[in-house]
Structure formats: C-alpha cells, structure tokens
Design a protein around this ligand. Structure first.
Ligand code: I3P
Length: 126
C-alpha cells in the first residue's frame, strides 16, 4: 500500500530479536521479567516490539505505539552482576529507565552492543 508511517522514513540502523528485561523505571526498581522482543535501532532511539516486524507494522496502522528508549545521554555497559545469564548489557536512560538486553549468541550481542554504543556516541550528551 502507499501507507508509510513517518517512523519508517528514518533509517533503520539495526533490527532483530533479543531478550529484554526492563529493571527500573524512573529510577524505581521493577520486578525482572525477561521476554523476547523485536528491537529496532533508528533515529537515536530504540523501539521494542512484542512480536516480529510484520505484526508490528499491522499494529502501527492501528495506532500501536511500541515502547521506546531515548538514547540521547544514555549509558550502555556490560554487566555480570544483574543477571545469571551470559552476554548481558544494560542501557540506562537519562530518565532513569534501565533495560537489560541479552543473547546467547556472542556475535549477535556484540554487534548490538557496538551499534547502540555508536548511536549513543553520535548523539548530543544531554
Ligand atoms: C526472577 C527470574 C529471572 C531472574 C531473576 C529472578 O524470578 O527467575 O529470570 O533473572 O533473578 O528473580 P521471578 O520470575 O520469580 O521474578 P536472571 O534470569 O537474569 O538471572 P534476580 O533476582 O537475581 O535478578
């Protein structure tokens, strides 16, 4: 169709499945709940979709808004303390939201770490 979401006009730098757990909101600790998420890195932010991109696009037409993270001023670091899983890194936003992302596959999580770190480093710091 000719229907193009404004979102789709930003360049998608990377997308794919990772395990995600949000562990804090506005600095307040949340109960950890890992789930598979379709993750889209684009336009200085990360969007988290519950399903694959196709159902997600159908959702967009219905006005579905994915959860998203503003990477401006965010911090990214590997952590071995916040999970018993391997290959976990944490993203902390300026607003005090904390997310863990994980993949058992080394090159997948490494690619994601570097893509997100590069995106953060290209953005203004505040
Ligand atoms: C949590 C669940 C998580 C685990 C977390 C548990 O239990 O098992 O998978 O995190 O460990 O508390 P529940 O489902 O009862 O909330 P990891 O898989 O990342 O280790 P934690 O409390 O040490 O964070």
């Amino acid at each position: 169709t000719d229907i193009i979401s404004p979102k789709e006009q930003t360049v998608v730098e990377k997308e794919g499945y990772l395990l995600k757990a949000k562990i804090a909101e506005g600095g307040k600790k949340l109960r950890k709940n890992w789930s598979t998420s379709w993750i889209v890195l684009a336009g200085g932010k990360i969007e988290f979709y519950k399903e694959s991109k196709q159902p997600a696009l159908a959702n967009l037409k219905a006005g579905y808004k994915p959860e998203w993270v503003d990477l401006c001023g965010a911090n990214i670091e590997w952590t071995t303390e916040k999970s018993s899983r391997k290959n976990v890194f944490q993203i902390t936003t300026i607003s005090g939201n904390e997310f863990l992302l994980q993949s058992d596959i080394d090159f997948i999580i490494l690619d994601w770490f570097h893509a997100i770190k590069n995106a953060i480093d290209r953005l203004p710091k505040q």
